[in-house]
Design a protein around this ligand. Structure first.
Ligand code: SF4
Length: 229
């Protein structure tokens, strides 16, 4: 199997210098997602686990952590557990990126993971349009269970993040998301790229206004709101 791999990043793991391992494959189909490009890229330029481990051994003095991202890493539980074990053996801190749809997997690895970033993409009732129909029966229960699991952690060890898609994360959706978390939760908002880029100065101004409005809404639910551009 091959993985996407970024040798070092200063932005994917708060406070750490990390490498990023991308596991291809996801059970959602967000329009703004890089996952399809990732799958094609991994096929041609992917790294094997042996190559990644060899690089990490050599780069250990420069890196403090590894971010395991996707796709959706929790879809492959055995692989995820194996990766966590191997990266921890190199004394690296572990961050997991997840869409929260596999709460039982998240629960099984939670104590071995130093930091979790979970996407909250839209209102619970609108999630079914983002996910594969096979997910319908369990998705909302799992999302809520994942949120509850994170809310029990030290707030410095997890974050929720929302991509500010004008369609999926409009004001009503941000209020619904805000009601799922608590005020100690870190809530990162991310500019949406690829869905509706502003085409002129007027649209850019409108987008800035929308971003500010989104931040204001998020701040009414969390003390730790940050915009990632
Ligand atoms: S959950 Fe993440 S990886 Fe999956 S389709 Fe959505 S943005 Fe892409």
């Amino acid at each position: 199997m091959k993985f996407g791999f970024l040798k070092h990043s200063l932005v994917d793991y708060p406070g750490e210098v990390c490498a990023v391992v991308f596991i291809p494959g996801c059970n959602f189909h967000c329009l703004y997602c890089h996952n399809q490009n990732l799958e094609a890229d991994v096929e041609h330029n992917g790294w094997t686990l042996e190559q990644i481990l060899s690089y990490l051994r050599d780069a250990r003095r420069l890196l403090t952590g590894v971010c395991i991202s996707g796709g959706e890493p929790t879809l492959q539980e055995d692989l995820l557990i194996d990766l966590i074990k191997r990266f921890k053996a190199l004394n690296l801190k572990i961050k997991l990126d997840t869409n929260g749809s596999r709460s039982e997997v998240l629960k099984s690895v939670a104590s071995d993971v130093d930091y979790v970033a979970m996407d909250l993409k839209t209102s619970p009732k609108r999630y079914l349009k983002l996910a594969h129909p096979n997910e319908a029966l369990t998705l909302l229960t799992n999302l809520k269970a994942s949120v509850e699991l994170l809310l029990q952690r030290n707030p410095e060890t997890y974050e929720f993040r929302t991509t500010l898609s004008p369609f999926w994360a409009d004001e009503a959706a941000l209020h619904d998301i805000g009601r799922m978390i608590n005020e100690e939760s870190r809530w990162y908002l991310q500019r949406c790229r690829g869905e509706a880029e502003p085409r002129n100065a007027f649209e850019r101004l409108e987008e800035e206004h929308r971003l500010q409005r989104s931040i204001d809404i998020a701040k009414s639910y969390s003390k730790y709101v940050c915009l990632r551009r």
